[in-house]
Ligand binder design. Structure first.
Ligand SMILES: Cc1cc2nc3c(=O)[nH]c(=O)nc-3n(C[C@H](O)[C@H](O)[C@H](O)COP(=O)(O)OP(=O)(O)OC[C@H]3O[C@@H](n4cnc5c(N)ncnc54)[C@H](O)[C@@H]3O)c2cc1C
Length: 334
């Protein structure tokens, strides 16, 4: 289904030149974007994309910048920061409610709305920074759950033909940290409808507390980072990675514990592989492989993207050498 562009009185678009992207990422790393648009409406977005076409420059869609490593050299194109922020409950069915949410809304805000309205299905998202658009793009998840469990439909702007389109759940083609939006960069997510179930508030709060405590205990939240650098690889059998992989603290058990979603009995925690290579605490420049969680690289203050990349390459090399496993990055690069 295609939606027509509604008539809209007046634009609101912030347009700037040479903007430091460092301040728009949770890593606090990165150079300048040549142009920077903050878009709040559909019309803003069309203008931004048209400007890119006119100037023959590439564009990059920026959400909360929490899964992103921006090059020290910056971006010779147009960074489009999604800032639409409408959020409302759509229907009042007895068992389920639909939440309409624009892509620029922070995940924390929609979790709050769900708690207030006694809706379950989003507890796992507590503590994940970033926007709803970014979370749908990468099918963000934790504790065996992900966006794919609650998304009903997604509205996009197709930058190729400048039409607004609705992607129903099936068309989103969600997979482990994957979606059609990740594969087709011409699709810019504008809004999402979530389907959530009713639940007692006390139960929701209990689940949220459990998820938060788990994260606080295991993640280096005191330093800037982009979350887990690598995806958890899968397709391995117990014992394949040596005797240690049979223990209760094995890579399989660690992955199943719920830090990542969709882990099966063959999924290995990337953090375990990195730790077993003795890489925890390794520092290059001002970037460090966290001692608390080996799949996090933290910025000790003034880390550069090139330091982080060196650590990423070192991890990939050592894990491949020791286990024969090639890790795949979860974070996006600009
Ligand atoms: C402390 C910490 C903990 C984290 N924990 C988790 C976790 O438990 N689980 C998890 O999955 N992730 C986690 N993350 C990673 C990150 O928060 C998520 O991946 C988040 O969903 C990214 O959203 P964002 O808006 O910040 O996206 P950005 O980082 O801004 O962008 C990521 C990608 O999405 C694209 N994108 C963003 N918005 C749109 C849009 N509207 N339309 C089209 N494309 C878009 C961008 O172009 C980019 O390629 C964590 C990160 C941190 C820093």
């Amino acid at each position: 289904m295609e939606l027509t562009l509604p008539a809209h009185p007046g634009f609101y678009m912030e347009f700037q030149k040479n903007v430091s992207l460092k301040n728009y990422t949770t890593f606090k790393i990165g150079g300048m974007a040549k142009y920077f648009f903050k878009v709040r409406t559909k019309e803003d977005l069309i203008k931004a994309v048209n400007t890119a076409k006119k100037l023959k420059l590439p564009f990059f869609v920026l959400g909360g910048g929490s899964n992103l490593l921006v090059s020290d050299k910056g971006y010779d194109g147009i960074a489009i920061k999604i800032k639409n922020e409408k959020l409302k409950i759509k229907n009042k069915n007895k068992k389920f409610k639909n939440i309409y949410c624009e892509a620029g809304v922070l995940l924390g805000e929609i979790v709050d709305l769900a708690i207030q309205n006694n809706l379950t299905g989003l507890e796992w998202a507590i503590g994940i920074p970033g926007t709803v658009g970014g979370a749908v793009f990468g099918n963000a998840g934790a504790f065996q759950k992900s966006m794919k469990d609650i998304v009903k439909e997604v509205e996009v702007l197709d930058a190729k033909d400048l039409r607004f389109k609705i992607y129903d759940f099936k068309k989103c083609k969600f997979g482990y940290r994957n979606s059609v939006f990740k594969r087709k960069k011409n699709l810019i997510i504008l809004s999402v409808v979530f389907k959530l179930k009713k639940e007692k508030k006390s139960e929701i709060k209990k689940k949220i507390k459990k998820c938060l405590n788990y994260k606080k205990e295991r993640q280096p939240l005191d330093y800037p980072s982009a979350g887990s650098i690598f995806k958890n690889p899968s397709g391995f059998s117990a014992g394949e990675l040596g005797e240690e992989s049979k223990l209760s603290s094995s890579p399989f058990a660690a992955a199943r514990q719920g830090e990542e979603d969709e882990s099966s009995s063959s999924t290995i925690a990337a953090a375990w592989l990195i730790e077993k290579c003795g890489l925890k605490g390794k520092i290059i420049g001002q970037a460090k492989i966290s001692e608390k969680h080996a799949n996090f690289i933290v910025n000790l203050g003034n880390a550069r993207a090139k330091d982080v990349k060196k650590l990423i390459n070192l991890i990939k090399k050592e894990v491949k050498k020791k286990f024969g496993v090639l890790l795949d990055e979860e974070i996006q690069f600009l």
